[in-house]
Design a binder for this molecule. Structure first.
Ligand SMILES: *Cc1c(COP(=O)(O)O)cnc(C)c1O
Length: 458
């Protein structure tokens, strides 16, 4: 796709639309000379060049990638108008688009008459779900696994709720027995389950916890900020399929969060919270003297904790869903390629002499560490850190990220490792670009070479 062609079209369409209104002159206070702009722009692009190449498959680190072409065109075209999805009169076109994309996200998780909206981030989306949970289970705590995103305990503090950490099993999934022990104390009102942990991509046993709801009065919130779109791979008849049970159970949970700005190919500023029961909109009740002028229309701001929200974010997701819908044959194909890459690479690492697989990937996050002698946590930590630093140097760079793991988690998976430290950094690669599928042989060679050259020093 030719980005400059469609960006030019977007700018032309915007100019045509503007020309349909009475002419006026731009104010001199905002004028900038072309020459002056040229200088600052040069400096600006030079500064942007300091970024890591998130677009390239040699960047195999954090969950970062540029948006899809359609998202970029949709966002920039709408940003020229800059609608605000707080209220219908702030963005009459993009409020409609938001309703449509939220309906598609709800359908993807199997929610029927649901309520939901886009948010600025997964963190805010989770805050909203926990806020509603607090109103419905006042005075009772929130349980989440030790592998849950760090913002859950932070948001519990914000909401004045007590957060309880539940241990994880050898695959990084919530230990259901430990959870049940905690539920017996009657202190817990809400359980947060993670469908795709940020560190390892582990999916908590949602179906097993759902069964506990028959015995305990709990709400279940699913944090699928990173993993949510992998529901499109459930029950497929191929190697990259994910086990369907936890994903099917999501439809019975009370709320779910998914971040289109992660696997939905969107620019940052696009999370989503969905509630199974539309009646929870009562917890958002408020009035505003200066908004909601178009009285009869639906206002997403009336069911959201945030006020201003980007209409461009809704438009970008809408346009993306027109070409890559959240279905197995649409966006699902993009995720399947990353998942195949993760399976391929983890198999190569498992038979490598210089790299060791930390655990089998459940989604598209591969975790591994260099084989060092002696096999001690301290040496694994130092060598991983050196790989990160030295990988980014030279003419054929490779960009990785590290994950801190506690000694019990590492030695529990790899009994030969000596626990001479309380934690160690290992290496974590999120394969969230479909291009990885064909780049893994090269990436693996490069990372093996990198590991050998580091361990040579040790
Ligand atoms: C990324 C992530 C979050 C936080 O979302 P932001 O959009 O970064 O605020 C929360 N939970 C999980 C599981 C995540 O992966």
């Amino acid at each position: 796709m030719d980005l400059s062609k469609w960006m030019t079209r977007a700018i032309e369409e915007n100019a045509k639309w503007q020309d349909s209104f009475a002419p006026f002159s731009p104010h001199s206070s905002m004028e900038v000379e072309d020459d002056a702009f040229s200088d600052v722009f040069q400096d600006f692009t030079k500064r942007l060049g300091k970024n890591y190449p998130f677009f390239h498959p040699s960047y195999a680190g954090h969950m970062v990638r540029p948006p899809h072409f359609a998202a970029t065109v949709g966002y920039l075209a709408t940003m020229l108008i800059n609608p605000n999805n707080h209220a219908f009169d702030g963005g009459p076109a993009t409020v409609e688009m938001e309703k449509e994309v939220v309906a598609r996200l709800s359908a993807m998780f199997g929610f029927d008459a649901s309520l939901g909206h886009l948010t600025t981030s997964g963190t805010i989306a989770n805050l909203e779900a926990l806020y509603v949970a607090r109103e419905l289970r006042p005075g009772r705590g929130v349980a989440f696994s030790e592998e849950a995103h760090f913002t859950h305990s932070r948001m519990c503090r914000v909401l004045g709720l007590e957060g309880h950490t539940v241990s994880a099993d050898r695959r990084g999934r919530m230990d259901v027995e430990a959870l049940e022990k905690l539920l017996r104390t009657q202190q817990i009102g809400t359980v947060v389950l993670t469908a795709g942990t940020t560190g390892l991509g582990a999916v908590d046993p949602i179906h097993e916890v759902l069964a506990l709801r028959e015995r305990y009065d709990i709400r279940i919130h699913v944090d699928a900020a990173y993993g949510g779109f992998f529901t499109l791979l459930k029950g497929l008849d191929n190697a990259e399929a994910v086990p369907p049970e936890p994903w099917l159970a999501v439809s019975q949970c009370d709320s779910v969060v998914v971040d289109p700005h992660k696997h939905g190919l969107q620019p940052y500023g696009c999370g989503a919270v969905l509630f199974n029961d539309p009646d929870v909109d009562r917890f958002y009740a408020h009035d505003s003297p200066y908004t909601y002028c178009a009285a009869a229309e639906f206002n997403p701001g009336e069911t959201s904790l945030e006020c201003s929200r980007s209409g461009a974010a809704a438009a970008a997701l809408w346009l993306t869903f027109q070409v890559l819908p959240p279905t197995p044959s649409g966006l699902g194909r993009v995720l399947a390629a990353g998942r195949r890459a993760a399976l391929d690479w983890s198999a190569r690492i498992a038979s490598s002499e210089v790299l060791e697989l930390y655990q089998e990937p459940e989604l598209d996050i591969v975790t591994y560490f260099p084989v060092v002698r002696p096999a001690s946590m301290k040496l694994i930590d130092q060598t991983s850190a050196r790989m990160l630093e030295n990988g980014a140097k030279g003419t054929d760079p490779v960009f990785l990220s590290t994950l801190k793991v506690p000694s019990g988690a590492l030695t529990g998976r790899h009994s030969g490792v000596v626990a001479d430290a309380s934690e160690a950094r290992i290496i974590r690669s999120v394969l969230m670009k479909p291009e990885f599928e064909h780049f893994i042989p090269r990436l693996h060679d490069r990372v093996e070479t990198l590991a050998s050259s580091q361990t040579g020093f040790s």
